[in-house]
Design a binder for this molecule. Sequence first.
Ligand code: PLP
Length: 474
Amino acid sequence: MPTFPLIPKKVALVRTRFRTIQTPLPVPESLPILEEMRKYEPQSMGGLPPVVWKTGENFIVHDYWGNRWIDWSSGVLVTNAGHGRQEMIDAIVEQARTGLLTNYLFPHKLRGKLAGMLVKRAPKNLDKVFLLSTGSETIEVAIKLCRTRGQKIAASKRVIVSFANAFHGRTLGSQMIGGIPALKAWIGNLDPEMVQVPFPDGFRCKDLGFDLFLKTLQKAGVKASNVCGVILETYQGGNASFADSAYMRQLRDWCDKSDILMIFDEVQAGFGRTGKYFGFEHYGVRADIVCCGKGISGSLPLSAIFANHEVMDLYPPGSMTSTHSANPVCCAAAIANLELLDREKLVENSARMGTVLHEELKKIHEEFPGRIGAVHGKGLVAALQMIKPGTEEPDADTAFEIVEAAYERGVLMFSPVGYGGASVKIAPPLTINREALLESLEVLHEAIHAVLHGEISAQEPSSAPRSQELQFRG
Ligand SMILES: Cc1ncc(COP(=O)(O)O)c(C=O)c1O
């Protein structure tokens, strides 16, 4: 992935109700901070646009020098209820003031309350939840539970099927079960009982039929009776790609026939991102295990894995734990976050604004058909897969330039992700309103134009000045 040079560049002045760019970028005064990070941290931490965040306010991110961006990253799909929400700050401060900042597994009030709130929001069959800190941890537990259960049924029932191009995290197990070979090349000894099949996304894999799943397993010599679980991202995160519901129903039936657990990785898709509370609801199928993180707390590190009690209680007291499981301050944040999602009907807003987003993206796709290979997503998540002219080859450089051009105009995304690192990913907080969404889409359009045709100069103001007041909170 290209990195952003730490050389300030003069960019056009931007001043709208939601965006301000009034300095060169990166901001010259920010260079010592950025250079310190580049010096002391692994370079892997340095891939994102070099904005030094000071604060976040709903769907806007501020730096220290008066610049403001419409945030299309939500951190990395975390701030579903918006940045800097007072209700969350109050809950965090109130819990911190009690003096209980950590407690390992000793009981505390908020843990039970949060567990209850989560289970009540999940489908009925998922009657237990285990609270952890990161999404990857929930994947590790999912692997452990489904293998443990499988081996209780038959010693050979150990195979876990996952999908090509899937991302499930960066710990050992979550990388092994992932479907991106480059990310697991370092492991050396891959688990032969973790097998990947193509994900029918309609672009990189155009064969949407379930037969491909069956044929791939047959070719790999895998019998259904030896499979203990199938794990998939509800949508493939990098490209925001969903499978067909018909495919998912066939997969569900196949799992049921051979007593196989179906595990949805909802670390990105959960808590309203796709316009439904849980993204897998789009498929109309039952989930046996659901892994969540990111938007569950909207802020502090907290994740959760849901399952039925028969699966969740496979391990006796003390043998499936984690030091920071259900940290009380993180629980306070998550409770406030869930309350905000409900009270402000943010899942519904995600669906409503998602319609606007996808209608506009469709128009952009139609304007650049030879350079945008596909636009996928639902609700407030989308990705534009950039391709090289006249091919379907991923075009990572162009995707990077689009992200850069948008950042220079006051719309902030993380660097391209997905297949070949060529997907421009859009994931604003679920609180975004129509006006801000349309304004940011205009910026995206302008950025694509500027990169592909150079017709709209980055040196010109990108919008007529509007009121600078921040009236959109809450
Ligand atoms: C779909 C998916 N699963 C798992 C993870 C891992 O979550 P974490 O980074 O919290 O470990 C991620 C993170 O981006 C993800 O997108």
